[in-house]
Every structure is written in C-alpha cells, then in structure tokens.
Write a protein that binds this ligand. Sequence first.
Ligand SMILES: NC(=O)c1ccc[n+]([C@@H]2O[C@H](COP(=O)([O-])OP(=O)(O)OC[C@H]3O[C@@H](n4cnc5c(N)ncnc54)[C@H](OP(=O)(O)O)[C@@H]3O)[C@@H](O)[C@H]2O)c1
Length: 389
Amino acid sequence: MSRQKIAVLGATGSIGQSTLDLISRNPESYEVGLLVANSNAQALADAALAVGAQHVVINDESKFAELKARLDGSGIGAAAGRQAVLDWCREPFDMLVSAMVGAAGLEPTYSAINAGSNVALANKESLVCAGRLVRGAVQKAGTALLPVDSEHNAIFQVFEHDNADQIEKIIVTASGGPFRTASFETMKKAGPAEALRHPNWEMGSRITIDSATMMNKAFEVIESLHLFPVETRQIEVLVHPQSLVHGMVQYSDGSLLAQMGPADMRVPIAHCLAYPKRMPVEGQRLDLATIGQLTFERPDPERFPSMRLVWDVIEQGDGAGTAFNGADEVAVAAFLKEEIGFLDIVGVVEDTLVRLNGQGLLAQPSTLADVLHIDGEARRVAREFIEAL
Ligand SMILES: NC(=O)c1ccc[n+]([C@@H]2O[C@H](COP(=O)([O-])OP(=O)(O)OC[C@H]3O[C@@H](n4cnc5c(N)ncnc54)[C@H](OP(=O)(O)O)[C@@H]3O)[C@@H](O)[C@H]2O)c1
C-alpha cells in the first residue's frame, strides 16, 4: 500500500509535535511532504531531519539562513516567507494537518482545501473567522475536513450523520481552566504564570490563556456550528473538570452518546490521520474504577463573560467571529506581556466588538479579503483599547 503524504502546518507547536510523534511511529503508513513553522528554525530543522521531511517552509525570512545551515547536506528542500507558505499549501497532499496558531492559519488552510487536500483541522480560527467560506470551499473541492479539536473530534465520533434529524443537542465539554472555582478578586490579580497553569492539558500559550478565560470554549461553540448540521439552540457547554468526556450527542430516543479518552491530543489526531480506520496510540488508558467520579456543571457567565458574549457573536455572523478572534489574539498577547490584567482580556474583546458593530464593520464577509480586513480592524481597535487602559 502506498504511503499517505502528509503536510503539517505549525510543525513545531504542541499539535504539530504530537502529529509528528504519531507519524514517526508509523513510517510504513505516512511520509512527510511538508513542514511549516513561524520562526523556530532549530525546532523546524530538528523535526524535518527526524521524520525525513521532503520540504520545509519558515514564515520568518530572517531565519532562513539558519534553517538552511541546519539542513545542509540533508537533501531537504527549504523556503521562507508568507508567500512560500501559501504557495506550498497549493500543492495537493493526502492530508494537511492545519495546526498553526491564530488567524494566520486561515489563508493556508483555505488554499489547501482549494488544492484538494484533505484537512485535519486544529486551527479553529479558520472556522471562527470564516466558517461559511471554508465550508463552501470544502463542498466545492469535495475534500474532507476532519476535526482535531478534542471536543469536535469526540462529537464527530458519535454523531450519526444518517440520523442527524434525530439529534436533540450536542454537548461541548470544558475543563473550566485554572480559574474554574476562583473568585473575581483572584482572577483580577492573576498574571501569566497563574493563567498558564492549565489543570489537564499541555498546549501552546494562546489556547491555554483562552482556556482560562473560556474564550476557547466560545470559539469551539462557533466551530461546532460549522462542523455539524445543528442550530445554535442545540449546542450546550458543560464544564467537566476531569477532561475525560470530550463531547456528547443526545438523540431523540434519550440516548446520550459520549466519547471518552485520556487528555492526550494524540488520540484525536490519530483518529483524523487514520480515518475511517483507527491506528494504535501507545499511552494512558482510562481506568474508570480508579477515576471513580465524573462531574459536570454549567459554566458561569458572570465570571466568564465569553460564555455570554458568544451567543451574540453567532447571531451577528462570521464578521463578528473574525473580530472576536482578532481582538482576542491581540489581548492575549498583551496579557502575556503583562500590559493588561487577566479580566481585561475579554473586556478588550467586548469593547472591540461594540465599536466595530457601531461602525457597521461586522457585516457578513463574502471574500477572504473581507475577512482579513475585519481582522485587521479588530486588531487595530483592540490595540487602541489596550493603550487606553
Ligand atoms: N494544543 C492543543 O492541545 C490544541 C487543542 C485543540 C486545538 N488546538 C489548536 O491548534 C492550533 C495550534 O495550537 P498549539 O497549541 O499547537 O500552538 P503552539 O504550540 O503555540 O504552536 C503554534 C505553531 O504555529 C506556528 N506558527 C505560528 N504563527 C505562524 C505563522 N504566521 N506562520 C507559520 N507558522 C506559524 C508556530 O511556529 P514557531 O514554533 O516557529 O513559532 C508553531 O509551530 C491552534 O489553533 C489551537 O487553537 C490546539
């Protein structure tokens, strides 16, 4: 059987590294056609050499000389710059794992879909910012869009598309993050060190902060609407601090189907890579007798206003989703540099949405250029709010 040719965007990140771990354990099934990273030339070169990648692209052109030097004599092709990233995503791969962080992942993902690559999507920002455009591209290209996010992958595993009309609701679970039971006072004083201390998952810094504010869950609600044929009223968020039940689907006969597993992203990534088959993943198994108890609770929209804001954002459409994400990216970066407080993150996002909505800038984007324009405006306005704080 011929090997599947895989591309990994965000190869040096948390999802990228988990993907490469799985690929390197199954060399008879996969070959690596392309690895892409932003600026970490050393990690990119190390990863490329370890898996025998055919090509690598680094976004930051100032790191190209270092990358070339590290790959010298390996025969691995190298390129640099945003245009090279986009050009390489226009090459068809059996599967492209989209795992860059941020809205920067949208254009490459969109290009890959249009080129006919199947996409394993970790970059939730692609759907939050441009869900309708991405879905349209998938439909036109006839490719598969498989969800890597553990919650959506879980729902995908128990979502009976043939019985979609019998589905009452889908349930997206959330760990609740490090401040699940914290007071307003504690959250107000929290700095990056506290907010980055996620109880269950090891992830990149942006998604870890988004988990602490529950913005990540807000993004996942929007993502759900684009991945599954459900209405907004059919989506429920439940806080489940053990992070073992990743998602559920409730049917009209009262059955509630859940997917469970360890808090290890290699499980959903493996599901996407091997789909519709399965592949072995070494590691932890759930020992339910030792775990003993699973608990669930509703999110608190008072302490986590992202859980209140998201429903308005959905009502406003993709333009609001783009601004929701862009403002959050800027606010999280400012929080990590200790320019603003923890509670200011969602404050900046909310103020940005109100300002842009007032200016009529959140209309439904009909092209990628519209999306990028709204994203740019949201970032500019968010920075203004941050400077005024
Ligand atoms: N981590 C998880 O468990 C998890 C779970 C579900 C969904 N996700 C989603 O998966 C995506 C990646 O998350 P992560 O936690 O893996 O992030 P991460 O550890 O911070 O890694 C981000 C990756 O993106 C690359 N990158 C960033 N900007 C880029 C650009 N402009 N061009 C090219 N490459 C760029 C980085 O390269 P450098 O190393 O060179 O900076 C790095 O490889 C996010 O959308 C996140 O929401 C993550």
